[in-house]
Write a protein that binds this ligand. Structure first.
Ligand code: NDP
Length: 449
């Protein structure tokens, strides 16, 4: 990927000069700017208003200490962040990630991507993201609770139902959201929809747990139908990860008739030629919080392979990377293409490296970028905010139908935007352009901020 427009080249250079040590953020900026050239050329007023200079700089980025005591009474200290990137179209919205790899570059890339993703949903949500280098693996419930309470004690200064509404991400599921919500309520003496992904007994939305994975499949189904007059039915499908997104992507794929043959975690992957048995996976991952290798103890005909990248050598027609950023590199893309992959759709955020994406596009593989294909999670978070504001709950069918409609809409807006700007079939360009146009108009209307 490269940038030819002089104004956008200058913007990218400024970001490189300012943040040379933020590779994930630089990648995300390159990916967006390289696709916005036709829009910038059509709208010279954006350069005059310094719009892009403002777009690539977060409105606010806070870093803070989280001190907590482990079960031995020893004090532990973690580093945490909240990046409030852009509030042009609504309060900041985006998940919290708990993983040892978390740093400012990763949170900034995620927050930047979130701006366009949230815009694509059609709901009024700005872009933000946060997290900490705390590792939840192997921690007791009590340690998780103490960490979450300490984290929220600081985070609560910066968020609020009309300001910034965090949600889950890697390492943050229903348990963590519960502890975070409880602490916010205690600190503020206020019962509000300040977080999404809440439990169903205290303001959560039905279908939020399933939303990212289900939404991914609704998007893929529509993409295949419009672009190839085809469907996911009977397609051999490789899914990476075994967390929230991967499990519910697999569930919906199976419901739609696909044959899901893999899942993984950061240690390795399982291959079940008969199709993954999700009830066993849910027991291992959701109930016992175990490792994916335990699957083969219960399904001896399945295989476990050490090393998570080997998953891309499994021949398939549909590949859904649903684990983490940069998990699918150029050589993996080449392997998938050689094995006849037809569709690659990102459940995770930026799982494919930029050269892997270019390889898919060159080979004519249908490629769906995460900011469009995995927007179902944040869209349903937006629906949770609506329900909280109305003090009312929709049924599972109502939420699922709205999620389905939103994903179908995102596909069409993305597809049409690419076509309008002479890039038919390039859904990466389409997603960036469609997401950007709304943000740009709102920023222009609100003046220099
Ligand atoms: P979870 O924490 O539930 O699951 C993450 C999964 O990815 C785990 O199986 C984890 O394995 C695996 N994983 C993490 N790092 C690696 C690695 N380096 N190599 C291989 N596997 C790895 O997170 P989610 O399912 O919620 O999130 C997955 C992705 O989807 C992330 O990119 C997230 O940003 C994105 N996303 C999530 C949304 C949501 O609603 N939850 C919404 C939109 C995007 P292990 O246990 O070994 O760490």
């Amino acid at each position: 990927m490269s940038i030819h427009n002089p104004y956008l080249q200058k913007i990218y250079q400024q970001v490189c000069d300012r943040d040379p040590n933020q590779p994930e953020f630089l990648n995300a900026v390159m990916e967006v700017l390289s696709t916005l050239e036709p829009v910038i050329e059509r709208h010279p007023e954006y350069e005059a208003a310094g719009l892009m200079e403002r777009l690539v700089e977060p409105e606010r980025a806070v870093q803070f200490r989280v001190a907590w005591q482990d079960d031995q009474g020893k004090t532990q200290v973690n580093r945490a962040f909240r990046v409030q990137f852009n509030s042009a179209i609504g309060p900041y919205k985006g998940g919290l990630r708990l993983h040892p790899s978390v740093n400012l570059s990763i949170i900034k890339f995620l927050a930047f991507e979130q701006i366009f993703k949230n815009s694509l949903t059609g709901l009024p949500m700005g872009g933000g993201k946060g997290g900490s280098d705390f590792d939840p693996k192997g921690k007791s419930d009590a340690e998780i609770m103490r960490f979450c309470q300490s984290f929220m004690t600081e985070l609560s200064r910066y968020i609020g139902p009309e300001t910034d509404v965090p949600a889950g991400d890697i390492g943050v599921g229903a348990r963590e959201i519960g502890y975070l919500f409880g602490q916010y309520k205690r600190l503020r003496n206020e019962y509000s929809g300040v977080l999404t992904g809440k439990g169903l007994t205290f303001g959560g939305s039905l279908v939020r747990t399933q939303a990212t994975g289900y939404g991914l499949l609704y998007f893929v189904q529509e993409m295949l139908s419009v672009m190839k007059n085809d469907s996911v039915k009977d397609k051999i499908t490789v899914i990476s990860g075994s967390g929230n997104v991967a499990i519910y992507a697999a569930e919906k794929a199976q419901e739609l008739g696909a044959k899901v043959v893999t899942l993984s975690d950061s240690n390795g992957y399982i291959y079940d030629k008969n199709g993954i048995q999700l009830d066993i996976v849910k027991q291992i991952k959701e109930v016992r919080r175990g490792r994916i290798r335990e699957y083969v103890e219960q399904v001896p005909t399945a295989e476990y392979h050490e090393g998570s990248r080997g998953i891309w050598r499994v021949p398939c027609e549909i590949a859904l990377p649903c684990a983490t950023q940069n998990e699918l590199l150029l050589e993996d893309a080449e392997k998938l293409i050689a094995n006849g992959v037809k569709v690659v759709a990102e459940g995770a955020n930026m799982p494919c490296s930029l050269d892997a994406v270019a390889a898919f596009q060159k080979a004519g593989v249908l490629y769906a970028p995460g900011k469009a294909a995995n927007a179902g999670g944040v869209a349903t978070s937006g629906l949770e905010m609506c329900q909280n504001a109305m003090k009312y709950s929709w049924s599972a069918q109502e939420v699922d139908q709205k999620l389905h409609d939103i994903m179908v809409n995102i596909f069409h807006n993305t597809y049409n935007a690419a076509k309008e700007y002479g890039k038919e079939g390039n859904l990466l360009a389409g997603a960036n352009i469609a997401g950007f146009e709304k943000i740009a108009q709102a920023m222009m209307a609100q003046g220099v901020l």
